[in-house]
Design a protein around this ligand. Structure first.
Ligand code: NAP
Length: 284
């Protein structure tokens, strides 16, 4: 008997198994058995089937491509789940998470479902974040294992929709930043300004952006938009100019137009003297 089983040894599953091997006896299974070889060399035991892998440990971590893959693996022999604890770390939409959880619990498993907000190289880090929902007893059982994998693991209670909702919500600011960088690079190219030099300038402003993102979220949480160093109207005028300049220069203007549209709606609604996060009031 080992302490923990890992099913799925892709980029992420292999990182999970390798990290667990530092502390625990680990059994592994992967559809393509050859991928298990380096882990077996490092001390893992290779099971011949997923059912045997689940039977080998009280706790099984599963991290495969998508939810259909997870279902396919677990449904091969549902009786194997009875009395076992499953930590499902394959990414999913919230609805899928709830229905698979219901099914697994009906087979007699204690069940947690989570989202990993990290790259494989970050697994095992003190600040690495995994968001989990599920049975409180399963969380109590698995917390040490999960903290080994991700020091900042957060248990969110039994609402299975929350990990995937928050996964996207926490990625959203990064997607905004990615869109901004791509758009800025377009503008640099159009103006013959070296993107490398832009990158160097950007590095000076990123700490400010980080602080500002947290501050704006706080104003929304407190529903208080009255204290501001730069009122919404101070952003609105240059945003209009930004959109027009893009159009004149033949640069794609979809991204600035989206932000400009939000700002103008907030101006029209009378929020010009408030913090820029007051935009949320016209989007609610
Ligand atoms: P990956 O490298 O493509 O590995 C996919 C794994 O799933 C492989 O072990 C593969 O087995 C297995 N698999 C696929 N279809 C299967 C099936 N029908 N039956 C059994 N096993 C099957 O993917 P990954 O990067 O490890 O990602 C795994 C999960 O972690 C995904 O849900 C992903 O969204 C999530 N995630 C990944 C990252 C990341 O940076 N990589 C970050 C956060 C979350 P074979 O080896 O046989 O193909």
């Amino acid at each position: 008997m080992s302490d923990v089983t890992v099913i799925g040894l892709g980029a992420m599953g292999a990182a999970l198994a390798r990290t667990l091997l530092n502390t625990y006896q680990v059994t592994v299974w992967n559809r393509t058995a050859a991928k298990a070889e380096p882990l077996v060399e490092a001390g893992a035991v290779l099971a011949e089937t997923p059912e045997a892998a689940i039977a080998a440990s009280p706790v099984t971590v599963i991290c495969v491509g998508d939810y259909d893959d997870t279902r396919g693996v677990l449904e091969r022999d549902p009786t194997a789940l009875s009395g076992r604890t499953v930590i499902q770390l394959t990414s999913a939409a919230g609805t899928d998470a709830s229905s698979l959880a219901d099914w697994a619990v009906a087979q007699g498993a204690d069940y947690l479902d989570g989202e990993i907000l990290a790259y494989p190289s970050e697994i095992g880090g003190a600040t690495t974040l995994v968001l989990l929902a599920g049975d409180d007893r399963a969380w109590q059982t698995c917390e040490p294992i999960l903290r080994t994998l991700a020091g900042s693991t957060r248990y969110l209670g039994d609402n299975f929709r929350l990990p995937s909702m928050l996964n996207i919500a926490l990625m959203a600011p990064m997607m905004g930043m990615i869109a901004g960088v791509i758009h800025a690079a377009l503008e640099c190219e159009k103006s013959d300004f070296p993107v490398a030099e832009y990158t160097e300038l950007l590095s000076k402003l990123l700490p400010v952006a980080n602080h500002q993102a947290q501050y704006l979220a706080t104003t929304i949480a407190q529903n208080n938009f009255s204290e501001t160093e730069a009122a919404l109207r101070t952003y609105a005028a240059p945003m209009n100019v930004w959109v027009e300049q893009c159009k004149e220069q033949g640069i794609n203007a979809e991204f600035p137009a989206l932000i400009n549209g939000w700002l103008q709606r907030a101006m029209d609604a009378g929020y010009g003297d408030e913090e820029i996060s007051a935009i949320i009031k016209v989007l609610r």
